[in-house]
Design a protein around this ligand. Structure first.
Ligand code: MIC
Ligand code: SF4
Length: 659
C-alpha cells in the first residue's frame, strides 16, 4: 500500500516510535516559528533550559500580535525578543513586517520540511507542502534546543477536491464547507491531506487559506502536495531552489475520504460565535453590516487584496460601514503600493491597518454594541473582538468587499447585477518585491556572544510547577460546558500585553466567567493554594479549543490548578497541560459529568500510582456521596513528564543525566 504525503514526510523525520496511527512518535523538527504573544514565554523557558544556539535548520521569531501597544510592556517584549534572537542564532522578523504565517509562507516555508510553531495556525505552511504543526511554546523551545517533537501519529483524512471554483467563490468557502461537515470538535488525532484535480487548480495562497483554518477543525495538521503551483510561487519569491515535488503515492490509502466539488460550492459564512456555525450567504443576505475588516493570516495575501482593490476601484464604501484592510505582510503592502492598487483601496474609504494580527486578536477595531462585523478571519469566539455580545461573521474577501459596498451581508455573485462589477480574476505575479530588511539574520557565534539580552522589568521568568502529590485533594473551582476555548481560559485583547508576566496575567484566568462583586476565579484559586488545596476544573467536550497559548495551562498552574476533568480535551491544550503538570483526565463515562458540581471537594486517590501505570484513576467526592472513573489517556512520555513535575523539569533532569 502506498503512503500518504503526511506519512512520507513523517517517515523522513521520525526518530522515535513506530509510524502507526495512534502511536506516540518523536520527529525531528527542521524549522520553528514563534510569535511575540507566545514567544516571550517560549524564549524565557528556552533560556532557563540553559540552551544557547538553536539546533534547527531555521528558527524565526516574529513580532506580529501585539505591535503597537499602550505602556512599556509591549516594547519591552520586542526588545527582549530581538536581543534573545540575536543571542541564540534565530531570525527575527520585526513588528510591521507581517503576520508570522504569511511571512513564513513567503520567505521560509519549504516543501517536505517539518515546521513547529507556537501558534495554532502554523499549518498555514501546509499550503506550500510543509508538514507544519502548532504546539505550546515549551514544546517549541525543546525543538529549538534540538529535541524531537512528540505527537500521536495521526489518522489521515483525504479531502479529494474536484472541479474548479466558480467566480466569486473562494478558498475560504472550501474550508467553511469542511467545517460545516466536520465541526470544530471530535477531530483530535486526525490530519487532513488535500488531493485531486481540483487541488491542482488552487494557488499556494488559496491552499494556505484552507490549511490555515484547518486549525479550527482541531486536526494536527493540513497539507497540499507540492506541484507546479508551488514551484511557481517559490520562483516568484526567488526561492525556486527550495522546491521539491511531493505528493502521496497514487495507491495511498486514507483512513477516510471526503469529496468536495469546488464547482458546487457557494459563498458561505461562519455565523456568531463559532467557526463551525456555517450557513450559505444566500440565507443571511440582507442583514445590515456595520463593520468589515479584511486581513488576518487566513485572507490577507496579495491575490486577496488585489481582488478587493479591483472591486473597489472608483467606488465608495457604504457610509454606515467602518471598513479596514490589514495586509498580511509588508511584501503584500509594498506590492499594492507599487502597482497603485493601494490607492484604489484608500480612495474607496478603507482604513489601512498595520501588517499584523491587529483586530483578529482584539487589538483594536472592536465593533460597536449590536453591530454586525464581517471579517475574513478564522475565529469568531464570543468576545474575541473585544466587544461583549459581538456578532462576528467569518467570510471570504469576496463576500466582505461586496458587503462593504452594499452595507448589508451580500452574496458577491450578485455584484455584477447590483453594481455591474465583473469578477476580477487575479493572477499571481511572476516576481514579488523581495525586501527582507525587516528580518534580522542570525549573527555569527562570535558576534552573538557580545549581545546583551534585554529583560525589561515587565518580563518575569515563569515558575516551574511543583511535583504532584500522591493523593490529590482539590476543589472544583469551575464547572463549564462544551467547546471552552483557550480564549475563554486566557483572554487576549487588552490583556495581551501581560503575556510575559504570569503573576499579572493569571489574574484574568477565566475572566469571562467572573461576576461583578464576587471573588474572581484567580482570587478563589489563590486562597485555596494558600491552604494547599488543589484547584480542579470540570469541563464538557472539546476543552481547550483554539489557540495554542500555553498560558491557558501555565497561568492556571500558577494559581494552583492541578487537574482538569473533561469529557474531551483538544490536542495542543492537552499537551500544554501535561507540560505544566496539570493532569488531564477524561470522564470514562461522560454521564459522570452531571454528578459533579462547582465547589465540590474531590479526592483523587493514588494519583501518582495511576499516572505511573494505569489508564484509569478513581475520583470521589470527599463526603463519599459520588465516585467515578477518570481516563488517563497518556503516552509513556506524558507520564514521565507529569511524574517529573512538568516538561521543563523533565528536560533539565534529562540534560543533567546525560552530562
Ligand atoms: C490566535 O489566533 O488565537 C493566536 C493569538 O494567534 C494564538 C496564539 C496566542 O494566543 O498567542 C494561536 O492561534 O495559537
Ligand atoms: Fe494572528 Fe489572528 Fe492569525 Fe492568530 S489567527 S496568528 S491572531 S492573524
Amino acid at each position: 500500500m502506498g503512503q500518504t504525503l503526511i506519512y512520507k514526510i513523517l517517515s523522513e523525520h521520525v526518530v522515535d516510535g513506530k509510524l502507526e496511527a495512534g502511536q506516540q512518535i518523536g520527529i525531528r523538527i527542521d524549522q520553528t516559528l514563534t510569535q511575540d504573544a507566545t514567544g516571550t514565554t517560549a524564549f524565557l523557558l528556552y533560556e532557563s533550559m540553559g540552551a544557547a544556539r538553536v539546533k534547527t535548520d531555521l528558527s524565526v521569531s516574529y513580532v506580529d500580535h501585539n505591535t503597537a501597544g499602550f505602556g512599556p510592556e509591549n516594547h519591552n517584549d520586542h526588545l527582549y525578543l530581538q536581543t534573545v534572537a540575536a543571542k541564540c542564532g534565530v531570525h527575527h522578523s520585526r513588528a510591521g513586517n507581517g503576520i508570522c504565517h504569511q511571512v513564513h509562507l513567503e520567505r521560509f516555508g519549504k516543501p517536505g520540511a517539518t515546521l513547529l510553531g507556537s501558534d495554532s495556525h502554523t499549518p498555514t505552511a501546509g499550503g506550500i507542502g510543509t508538514l507544519a504543526i502548532g504546539a505550546g511554546g515549551l514544546d517549541v523551545a525543546v525543538a529549538m534546543a534540538g529535541g524531537p517533537f512528540y505527537l500521536r501519529c495521526p489518522k489521515v483524512l483525504g479531502v479529494r477536491l474536484v472541479g474548479v471554483l466558480r467566480d466569486w467563490v473562494a478558498a475560504k468557502d472550501v474550508i467553511l464547507k469542511l467545517l460545516s461537515i466536520l465541526s470544530t470538535k471530535g477531530n483530535v488525532g486526525w490530519a487532513v491531506e488535500y488531493f485531486g484535480d481540483g487541488a491542482g487548480t488552487l494557488s499556494v495562497p488559496q491552499r494556505a487559506t484552507i490549511t490555515n483554518m484547518g486549525a479550527e477543525l482541531g486536526v494536527t495538521t493540513s497539507i497540499f502536495s507540492s506541484d507546479q503551483q508551488t514551484r511557481g510561487f517559490l520562483a516568484a519569491q526567488k526561492r525556486e531552489q527550495d522546491y521539491r515535488e511531493l505528493s502521496a503515492d497514487p495507491d495511498a490509502e486514507y483512513d477516510r475520504v471526503i469529496e468536495i466539488n469546488l464547482a458546487e460550492l457557494e459563498p458561505m459564512a461562519a455565523c456568531p460565535s463559532s467557526p463551525d456555525n456555517v450557513r450559505p450567504i444566500s440565507e443571511i443576505a440582507g442583514t445590515k453590516a456595520g463593520q468589515v475588516v479584511i486581513g488576518s493570516c487566513t485572507n490577507s495575501s496579495f491575490a486577496d487584496l488585489m481582488m478587493v482593490a479591483r472591486v473597489l476601484a472608483g467606488r465608495k464604501i457604504e457610509e454606515m460601514v467602518e471598513f479596514a484592510i490589514a495586509p498580511g505582510s509588508r511584501e503584500v503592502l509594498n506590492m499594492l503600493a507599487e502597482n497603485g492598487a493601494l490607492s484604489d483601496v484608500i480612495s474607496a474609504g478603507a482604513r489601512i491597518l498595520e501588517s499584523g494580527c491587529g483586530p483578529c486578536i482584539g487589538q483594536g477595531f472592536s465593533p460597536a454594541d449590536g453591530v454586525v462585523s464581517l471579517r475574513t478571519f478564522n475565529r469568531n469566539f464570543a468576545g474575541r473582538s473585544g466587544t461583549k455580545g459581538d456578532q462576528v461573521y467569518l467570510v471570504s474577501p469576496e463576500t466582505a468587499v461586496a458587503s462593504a459596498l452594499i452595507g448589508r451581508i451580500t452574496d458577491p455573485r450578485d455584484l455584477p447585477k447590483l453594481l455591474g462589477i465583473e469578477y476580477p480574476r487575479t493572477e499571481l505575479p511572476n516576481e514579488f518585491i523581495i525586501n527582507d530588511n525587516m528580518i534580522e539574520q542570525p549573527l555569527s557565534v562570535q558576534q552573538a556572544a557580545k549581545v546583551e539580552v534585554l529583560h525589561g522589568p515587565t518580563i518575569v521568568v515563569p515558575d516551574a510547577p511543583p511535583p504532584l502529590p500522591k493523593r490529590l485533594t482539590g476543589k472544583v473551582l469551575l464547572k463549564c460546558g462544551d467547546k471552552i476555548t483557550t480564549d475563554h481560559i486566557m483572554p487576549a485583547g487588552t490583556f495581551l500585553k501581560l503575556r510575559s508576566n504570569v503573576p499579572e496575567y493569571a489574574k484574568v484566568v477565566f475572566n469571562c466567567f467572573n461576576k461583578q462583586g464576587e471573588p474572581t476565579f484567580a482570587e478563589r484559586a489563590l486562597k485555596l493554594k494558600e491552604k494547599a488545596v488543589a484547584g480542579i476544573i470540570v469541563a464538557g467536550e472539546s476543552y481547550g479549543q483554539g489557540s495554542s497559548r500555553e498560558h491557558a495551562a501555565l497561568c492556571p498552574m500558577y494559581l494552583g490548578v492541578r487537574a482538569v476533568i473533561a469529557k474531551s480535551i483538544e490536542r495542543i491544550h492537552k499537551a500544554n497541560l501535561v507540560n505544566f503538570c496539570i493532569v488531564p483526565i477524561e470522564f470514562a463515562d461522560p454521564g459522570a459529568y452531571d454528578s459533579i458540581e462547582a465547589e465540590d471537594d474531590l479526592l483523587v486517590d493514588g494519583l501518582l500510582e495511576a499516572i505511573e501505570n494505569s489508564d484509569e484513576v478513581k475520583i470521589a467526592r470527599l463526603d463519599g456521596s459520588v465516585d467515578f472513573v477518570g481516563k488517563l489517556d497518556l503516552s509513556a512520555r506524558d507520564r514521565e513528564i507529569l511524574l517529573s513535575a512538568g516538561l521543563l523539569n523533565y528536560t533539565r533532569s534529562k540534560a543533567a543525566a546525560s552530562e
